[in-house]
Design a protein around this ligand. Structure first.
Ligand code: 1CP
Length: 347
């Protein structure tokens, strides 16, 4: 049976169809910048929150209603898949992730387990179900996972990194083990995303958040085959958003790796991106999240400026180029969503 969300602006834009207005949602729309979220986090740790589906659903539904955005995303994290694959994951009190047994030697790759069964991540499927039940039928729900490279970066570095020297060294020094590890991530992540689709999400987003640290050549050789493997394994029919920020030079290869919507950041303009990627792809992005630290007037002008570039082209999803910063005043995020709804009406 057709559902109201099938005809939503978000789904239509993802399929590059015409919409009467530009859809908008924000990466990290539920998070520390929101008081309701901080209240819940006083009681439970971040990992507990992710593993308590009723609460995770509540956090996202509250954010969606507060902001008035056109899509929800499950409240979860790209790193959760690492636990059942054999890595010991923690989040430090200030929020940063830490892996207690990172992959450093070639023999460590053998200890990384392919995710054979989705059972240990069943709590994420329950988050999908509860969030879907609580969201209005007109709003699609997005599932997500990390792309193989970004997962490998955390698995090898063991925490957030600035220069990614260990992951880069690993892929050059141990190409065979790298291939083995990236294949495990691709296959496991496809299984995970297909389960989210089965549980009730309408779109999936693949976050390759740290890909911008690579050269075009290294992306082609060490990453692209595995991102493509992952995307090719996703059951057809669900729009895929492929987000690979940081280095616009990579965009043609990111596009070729797969996905229906390409997520971009502010380092490239929407028009430049469309020129590079091609008009038959949808684009998601790309306001600099720092703009949300300014004021209502600047936010409104920035939204107008961005939407002027888009004009009436079908296939645009308004978002930030990266997640909302914790310092963002909630009223600024609301002002952004309102401005997109006001200026993004397609006549
Ligand atoms: O309470 C807290 O301090 C936790 C902060 C937090 C939140 C709210 C983390 C820790 N993860 C999340 C949720 C989250 N993460 C969502 C769903 C909520 C939403 O979008 O509203 C999503 C989609 C993510 C994805 C995610 N996690 C990414 C990709 C997105 C991006 O920013 O590029 C990455 C890189 C992570 C890892 C992660 N999770 C959390 C932290 C602090 C980090 C590390 C970021 C870093 O290395 O700098």
């Amino acid at each position: 049976m057709k559902k109201a969300w099938d005809d939503s602006t978000m789904m239509r834009a993802a399929r590059c169809q015409k919409t009467e207005s530009v859809p908008v949602w924000l990466m990290r729309q539920a998070g520390r910048y929101m008081e309701e979220y901080r209240k819940i986090r006083e009681r439970v740790s971040f990992l507990e929150l992710c593993k308590t589906p009723e609460l995770a659903a509540e956090v996202m539904i509250t954010a969606v209603q507060r902001l008035g955005v056109d899509a929800g995303i499950i409240f979860s994290d790209i790193l959760l898949i690492l636990e059942p694959m054999g890595l010991e994951l923690e989040f430090e009190p200030e929020g940063g992730p830490k892996i207690r047994n990172p992959i450093r030697k070639s023999s460590d790759v053998e200890l990384l387990r392919e995710l054979e069964s989705i059972e240990p991540l069943e709590f994420v499927m329950n988050t999908v179900r509860y969030t879907r039940e609580g969201l209005d039928d007109s709003l699609p729900l997005i599932g997500f996972a990390g792309a193989p490279f970004t997962l490998a970066a955390y698995a090898i570095e063991g925490n957030s990194s600035r220069n990614f020297r260990q992951v880069k060294a690993f892929m050059h020094v141990y190409p065979t083990e790298w291939q083995e590890m990236m294949t495990k991530f691709a296959v496991s992540t496809a299984r995970y995303l297909n389960s989210q689709i089965n549980a009730g999400v309408q779109l999936v987003q693949i976050f390759d958040s740290w890909i911008g640290c690579l050269s075009g050549e290294d992306y082609k050789k060490y990453v692209k085959p595995y991102s493509r493997m992952l995307i090719d394994l996703i059951v057809p029919g669900t729009p895929i958003i492929h987000f690979g920020p940081g280095n616009p030079v990579l965009l043609p290869d990111i596009r070729d790796a797969g996905g229906h919507v390409i997520g971009i950041d502010w380092r490239v303009s929407v028009n430049q991106a469309w020129e590079i990627i091609g008009a038959n792809y949808a684009i998601q992005g790309n306001l600099d999240p720092a703009i949300l630290l300014t004021n209502r007037e600047i936010i409104r002008q920035s939204v107008q400026h961005l939407l002027r570039q888009v004009e009436r082209r079908p296939g645009f999803i308004f978002n930030l180029g990266h997640g909302i910063m914790p310092q963002t005043p909630v009223e600024n995020a609301i002002a952004l969503v309102d401005a997109v709804h006001e200026f993004g009406v397609v006549r």
